[in-house]
Design a protein around this ligand. Structure first.
Ligand code: PLP
Length: 413
């Protein structure tokens, strides 16, 4: 047996859909000495990152920051607003929606899990895992709930397990059309700072996100963006909470501090990330991800493989799910590509395990990183004996060359 105890030359290709590659500028910022989290310098940092996050969530209301992964922020959203036995309406778009639903059960809520039934004939995969939230089904269910037992509608904005987004404004319209008072809670853990997101305009009550995706940070901090209606609901909610409780956090955040020790250095990194995103402008950030996604999808189409998202109107700008032919184990393919080319791809999760892999196109990336990534995938597919219709690398190169980035990456000489 050969032990790989050396550090391979060149950079590892971390092309999973989060944690995303962290820009050097952020890594350097995080390496500064840790500061006193009760001192004056920290208050300035705290106020700055909260203000910057509000701009990224597009909200005027409080954003709570937790020293926790995204799962913690899911729990915070439910624990702050719900009472034991409350009904919540959730929508099965993939593995993360499923995990959130399981959490609701464990917290003593009564989740109702709407889904699109059936299996796709061509791929054998669950139909609902290839599509986004169907707002009409939500509206229909809410109209039937005349007693208003349902206290919240919970949906995932960018389903990281499938590469499918959902139209959050349409979900808001569905709730309003049904005249239902339920809160709207949205997981935008992998959508924020990659895809357009508007907490206030879309009438979201709790938006949940995390550091390790579009914000280009390591994992470890997560967020709840709130609405006045969510804050009001938290006053009556009876689920037990202490660490997650919004009231103390929101109160202490007014001065730039936290009720406990925050992740000081990650917040320094967040400050840097926000500077980078806001300097570029969010619209430019979204356009960059769209462009990358189009290049990657051009490659998958050229290979002749199905894209996990079956509805072109909701394909994700963050990642692309690629379905392997029947009989080709997607995880064995991923292992081969990792061993041979030092490239990490996302695994298929839950119901699609072994049948698909995910290419992340977020974080510190560019056209050439993605072309190299696609070259690694193409070589791996050939080594695994998959018959390809054509070259995905050529198709991606053609796509990137035909559609230059809106702004030159470097100034002309
Ligand atoms: N929701 C979505 C959409 C995710 O992509 C993830 C993680 O990838 C989670 C929730 C869970 O977050 P975490 O793993 O940071 O706890």
């Amino acid at each position: 047996m050969i032990t790989l105890d050396h550090h391979p030359s060149g950079r590892h290709f971390l092309q999973i859909p989060g944690p995303s590659p962290v820009p050097d500028r952020i890594l350097r910022a995080m390496s500064l000495p840790t500061i006193d989290h009760r001192g004056p310098e920290f208050a300035a940092l705290g106020l700055k990152v909260i203000d910057g996050l509000k701009r990224v969530f597009r909200t005027r209301h409080p954003v709570a920051i937790y020293p926790a992964s995204g799962t913690g922020a899911w729990e915070a959203a439910l624990a702050n607003t719900m009472s034991p036995g409350d009904a919540v309406l959730m929508f099965e778009t993939g593995h993360f929606a499923t995990l959130w639903q399981k959490m609701a059960l464990r917290l003593g809520l009564q989740p109702e899990f709407l889904s699109v039934p059936g299996t796709d004939a061509a791929t054998g995969l669950p139909t609902g895992w290839r599509r986004g939230v169907q707002a009409d089904l939500i509206e229909e269910r809410l109209r039937a709930d005349t007693a208003h037992r349902i206290k919240a509608v919970c949906v995932v904005h960018n389903e990281t397990s499938t590469g499918v987004t959902s139209d959050i404004a349409a979900v808001r319209r569905a709730i309003d059309a049904a005249g239902h008072p339920a809160l709207l809670m949205v997981d935008t853990i992998s959508g924020l700072a990659c895809a357009d997101y508007r907490h206030d305009e879309w009438g979201v009550d709790v938006s949940i996100s995390g550091s390790q995706k579009g914000l280009m940070l390591p994992p470890g901090i997560s967020f709840n963006a709130l609405s006045p209606k969510a804050l009001e609901a938290s006053k009556a909610a009876k689920l037990p909470r202490s660490f997650w409780a919004w009231d103390e956090i929101v109160e202490m955040n007014r001065g730039g501090y936290w009720p406990y020790t925050p992740n000081t250095n990650l917040l320094v990194g967040l400050s840097e990330a926000l500077d980078m995103l806001l300097e570029q402008g969010l619209d430019a950030v979204f356009a960059r991800h769209q462009r990358w996604a189009e290049g990657v999808r051009a490659a998958v189409r050229a290979w002749g493989l199905p894209i996990q998202c079956a509805d072109a109107s909701v394909v994700s700008p963050v990642l692309t799910g690629v379905i392997t032919p029947q009989g080709v184990d997607a995880d064995a393919l991923r292992r081969l590509i990792h061993e041979r080319f030092d490239l990490s791809l996302g695994t298929g999760l839950g119901k699609v395990k072994g049948r698909m892999f995910r290419i992340g196109h977020l974080g510190d990336s560019n056209d050439l990183t993605l072309v190299a990534t696609l070259a690694g995938v193409e070589m791996g597919l050939k080594l695994a004996g998959v018959a390809l219709a054509g070259s995905g690398v050529q198709a991606a190169m053609a796509e990137f060359a035909a559609r230059p980035a809106p702004r030159p990456l470097r100034a002309a000489a």
